[in-house]
Design a protein around this ligand. Sequence first.
Ligand code: AMP
Length: 123
Amino acid sequence: MSAMDGCLFCAIVADEVPADIVARTEHTVAFRDIAPQAPTHVLVVPRHHCRDALDLSANPTMAGHLLADAAEVARSLGLEPSGDDGADGGFRIVINTGSRAGQSVFHVHAHVFGGRPMAWPPG
Ligand code: AMP
């Protein structure tokens, strides 16, 4: 499926809704989250509409592009682990799937969080 009517992230991919774009590749668009949960909080979305991680798993090539592009966004924003034992830097990539798991926009997206220590387990 390509763009889906009424999908916010399809509209951002198509430049119909403004967003703070960080990167565009052949396969994905990355933009800053409107309600950041960390000093750096970027969403990376496939250009083609896909509902969630389960839907994405039907297309392993696209899943690979999403992960690779999310990691490259993190690297380009200076989030690579650094220092002794990687104690500085670092980032977290999250894909919420299903409303109970925190998904609120049903166009699959990788959250890239960085710029602060991250607790584990997540809430
Ligand atoms: P999730 O809850 O995992 O589905 O993540 C959806 C994310 O999209 C949330 O973190 C929202 O803050 C974010 N969001 C919603 N609308 C926009 C928008 N117009 N531009 C950027 N981020 C948005």
